[in-house]
Design a protein around this ligand. Structure first.
Ligand SMILES: *Cc1c(COP(=O)(O)O)cnc(C)c1O
Length: 365
């Protein structure tokens, strides 16, 4: 039996009637940008995330970039980022003219290792950007403690963690502000590009609101050189429908992750660590093994699609040649060993068992 990695067509079709109604509302309203759907979604997602302000923007990269700009971070500043993340975390910093300073992850959690942060702080450091990678929340308490001592801003990259909890609190409301993405494959995904900023800081929310709309709050008055990065009405309407099922979809992801973890314990694979609080939302289920390439090929021959998140860390990318002499051994090792197994709320038990059986066969052959 073939198993896709993430079948968005099948998953989203569960919501067909609600999505059709959302489309009809926008079609009938005649307002396609900055209207009632966006306003409603911002309120609903802020409430869900337990923060006072949500500002919809064009995508996750813009959410992070606009936040850094709102905090006045730019040329000559340094921002601490994980060495193992999707490139957008680094690019947001670079696009503001600041310098990404990589810190290695904890090899077991794959999230920023708080014990390595202090060594990376210089007089130019302005912010720390922890990423809640794969839907597991970074260890925020020590990160906030360090930030407090050094007067740094903490901006969460919450693109992979919609709905995740840390000690009972929602990801996205744990730092000073957060940027999130509603790229279609995320746990809360739009039908195209979309993103949002979350914060309890009214002044920062206002700045982002201005920056996303050409630096303007009064039409044709531009007090800043802003961007065009707005969350369209259509996506806001779709996201309102999808927000209703986010918790139940995340619960289904948890069930699948538990099945994988229980069944694959004896295989010799390094399995993802579950957070103590059980608040993980399993955006991805990422295993690690030195035999990664052979395992991926074996699974592909059985029709099981897996993905590597991510095959090359940012400091090894062509756009960051200035980092090419730097060695970040944990990020480099993980990039050579990680493999994401199929993960989606609509995976059937038969599909999950098919994946489990195939992984076991690989290690028994
Ligand atoms: C998806 C993602 C982003 C960027 O989101 P886009 O909406 O694609 O711009 C940023 N950071 C992380 C960790 C992501 O996974």
């Amino acid at each position: 039996m073939a198993v896709s990695f993430l079948n968005l067509n099948r998953l989203n079709s569960e919501l067909r009637s609600g999505m059709d109604a959302a489309y009809a509302r926008v079609m009938d309203s005649g307002t396609y940008i900055m209207g009632a759907e966006l306003e409603a979604f911002e309120k609903e997602f802020a409430a869900y995330s337990n923060v006072s302000h949500c500002v919809g923007v064009g995508n996750g990269l813009d959410a992070l970039t606009l936040l850094l700009r709102a905090y006045g971070i730019g040329e000559g500043d340094e921002v601490i980022v994980p060495s193992n993340t999707f490139i957008a975390t680094w690019l947001a910093v670079s696009q503001c003219g600041a310098k990404p300073v990589p810190v290695e992850p904890d090899a077991a959690s794959h999230n920023l290792d708080p014990s390595l942060i202090e060594k990376a702080i210089t007089p130019r450091t302005r912010a720390i950007m922890p990423v809640h990678l794969y839907g597991q929340v970074a260890d925020m308490d020590p990160i906030m403690e360090i930030a407090g001592r050094f007067g740094l801003v903490v901006i969460e990259d919450a693109a992979q963690s919609q709905g995740a909890l840390y000690k009972g609190r929602r990801a996205g409301g744990l730092g000073h502000a957060a940027g999130t993405s509603f790229y279609p494959g995320k746990n809360l995904g739009a039908m195209g590009d979309a993103g949002a900023v979350l914060t309890n800081d009214a002044a920062i929310a206002d700045k982002v609101r201005k920056l996303r709309n050409y630096g303007s709050t009064v039409k044709y008055e531009h007090t800043e050189a802003g961007y065009n990065s707005r969350l369209d009405e259509l996506h806001a309407a779709f996201l309102r429908e999808k927000l209703r099922v986010l918790d139940s979809w995340n619960a289904k992801r948890r069930v699948i992750a538990k099945k994988y973890s229980e069944a694959l314990r004896e295989t010799g694979l390094t399995l993802p660590q579950e957070s103590a609080g059980g608040g993980d939302v399993w955006h991805l289920y990422v295993v690690a093994t030195p035999q990664r390439d052979a395992l991926q090929k074996f699974l592909a021959e059985r029709g099981i699609v897996t993905v590597i998140h991510y095959p090359k860390p940012p400091h090894r990318q062509g756009c960051y040649v200035e980092y090419s002499e730097i060695s970040l051994p944990i990020a480099e090792r993980l990039a050579g060993q990680v493999l994401s197994l199929p993960m989606s709320p609509d995976l059937t038990d038969a599909e999950v068992q098919e994946v489990i059986g195939a992984v076991k066969d690989f290690f028994q052959k």
